[in-house]
Design a protein around this ligand. Structure first.
Ligand code: TYM
Length: 337
């Protein structure tokens, strides 16, 4: 694949850890699709990151392929974007090692996600869990990335990637582009439908708390009908109305409307009617994605081909950076004959 020299580089990734939710879609994947013409885009499946939490190897394998099919079903175009598995590009692990030598344990243990996951997986607080943000920094910095579209829960990890890039550049001379985040104004933090003070998460024990990208129409509408809201019954955003604010955000993005337009549309109508409308607009978008993903998944050869080609390009780009890094830190390289 040829990159357009006039376009900036965009990198992002998601973990193949369970079925993505509309949070992953609105916070990240939808924006990946919207930005794919404007940037040279590289999208990875962060399978190495997944090893930080115990899971069945066969599930990880299946979910990795599944996520690639999902990216494409959501509209990521494999002709325009580089799509690859993180583990198919050894430079991610190699750069992580070098970056580890300029990162400090205290920086890692103060990360919100590390603290949350340490509590949730108290029997498995492994080195990988702590090192997770350094691997993420390596993902980004290897491609001389200009912009990283993410949801707001990943903002802290992006900040540390920027710190690490600056630190390396200062210590060894300019080597990495220092990336900016792209965090959407609406949709960067989709909240749980059952506890709107917490973010929607695919690992939530309560299935009614999230809409997965595999839910069928009836399930989607049922979950929205059960969504926790206040008793005010006025469809309007407000700090004291986190549940309805979340639903208004979701509706507005899926219906392609501003928050004001949505509020006007449902002026004088109650929560019951609004919740059904949210369910319908979400189902109209999500159900075809699920069907398309299932169709794509049947063609394993097609998916394998995309990831092999993607890894070729990614390896080419990543190896250029890693060679530079090894040289700068003083690792000896023999002259080529
Ligand atoms: P992951 O797999 O948890 O999530 C993928 C993307 O979805 C966003 N997201 C959300 N956005 C809005 N509302 C929510 N409730 C919500 N939940 C998740 C996340 O912010 C993310 O953008 N560490 C990353 C994957 C990763 C990565 C990278 C991302 C690995 N290397 C390099 C960017 C650049 C993660 O676990 O995302």
């Amino acid at each position: 694949m040829q990159f357009d020299k006039d376009k900036k580089i965009l990198f992002s990734a998601a973990q193949p850890s369970g079925i993505p939710t509309i949070g992953n879609y609105l916070g990240a994947i939808k924006n990946w699709v919207d930005l794919q013409d404007e940037y040279n885009c590289i999208y990875s499946i962060a399978d190495l990151h997944c090893l930080t939490v115990k899971r069945e190897p066969k599930d990880l394998r299946r979910q990795s392929l599944d996520l690639l099919a999902l990216y494409i079903a959501c509209g990521v175009n494999p002709e325009k974007c580089v799509l690859f598995m993180q583990s198919h590009v050894p430079a991610h692990a190699e750069l992580t090692w070098v970056l580890n030598t300029i990162t400090y344990p205290g920086e890692m243990t103060r990360m919100t996600q590390f603290k949350d996951k340490s509590l949730r997986h108290a029997d498995n607080v492994n080195m990988g869990l702590m090192d997770y943000p350094v691997l993420m920094a390596a993902d980004i910095l290897l491609y001389q990335t200009d912009i990283v579209p993410i949801g707001s829960d990943q903002k802290q990890h992006l900040e540390i990637a920027r710190d690490i890039a600056n630190r390396f550049n200062n210590r060894y001379s300019p080597t990495f582009v220092v990336p900016d985040g792209y965090i959407p104004k609406v949709g960067a933090r989709i909240m749980s439908l059952q506890d709107p003070l917490h973010k929607m998460s695919k690992s939530d024990d309560n299935e009614n708390a999230f809409i997965s990208l595999e839910d069928d129409r009836d399930t989607i509408i049922r979950k929205f009908k059960r969504a926790v809201t206040d008793s005010d019954n006025t469809v309007a955003v407000g700090e004291d109305k986190p549940g309805i604010t979340n639903l208004i955000n979701i509706y507005s993005i899926f219906a392609n409307k501003t928050i004001e337009e949505t509020q006007r549309e449902f002026d004088g109508k109650g929560y019951g009617e609004f919740k059904v409308a949210v369910g319908e607009v979400v189902a109209d978008k999500i159900v075809p994605i699920k069907e398309e993903k299932e169709r794509i998944l049947k063609d394993k050869a097609y998916l394998d081909d995309i990831m092999i080609k993607g890894a070729e390009t990614a390896n080419y780009l990543a190896n250029k950076t890693i060679a530079k890094v090894y040289r700068k830190v003083g690792l000896y390289t023999p002259d080529k004959k």
